[in-house]
Design a protein around this ligand. Structure first.
Ligand code: RB5
Length: 149
């Protein structure tokens, strides 16, 4: 499994904790920045990870900013991305099972690292259920197509 990760300055510390957690489990990671605590703009890192995941170069993406809101909104502008902002484990497995989410987003100022790592493990271990959920995802894709040039 290959995971692409990105963050802004608000998410840097949590992203590094997540990378270590994944690498300790033998999961391959690639960090798309930011690498410093200097203030930066979350869309610049959201698009890097989102494009890689949409192109299927990675199995999943993980994005972290202060709230997780801005970075997930930005990632969801890339066609094919279904980024889910999760602060609990129920949402983490439900979004894989029902939404086939391919990016997990976190707010580092919202949840602590212990919960974040449980959410990561829950998300990566859950599987998309297909069926009626695929029909709904197809309708999301149709919305993307309607508004694409
Ligand atoms: C940065 O201060 C903050 O706005 C950002 O990390 C994020 O919370 C935006 O949604």
């Amino acid at each position: 499994m290959r995971i692409a990760l990105g963050c802004d300055h608000g998410g840097l510390e949590l992203k590094n904790i997540i990378i270590k957690h994944l690498e300790d489990k033998g999961i391959e990671t690639k960090d798309f920045g930011t690498d410093t605590a200097e203030s930066c703009d979350y869309p610049d890192y959201a698009i890097k990870v989102a494009e890689e995941v949409a192109a299927k170069k990675f199995d999943f993406g993980i994005l972290v900013c202060g709230t997780g809101i801005g970075i997930s909104i930005a990632a969801n502008k890339v066609p094919g991305v279904r980024a889910a902002l999760c602060s609990d484990t129920f949402s983490a497995h439900a979004t894989r099972q029902h939404n086939d989410a391919n990016i997990l987003a976190f707010g580092a100022r919202v949840i602590g690292p212990g919960l974040a790592l449980d959410i990561v493990d829950t998300f990566l271990n859950a599987e998309f259920e297909g069926g009626r959920h695929q029909t709904r995802i197809d309708k999301i894709t149709a919305i993307e197509k309607k508004y694409s040039k």
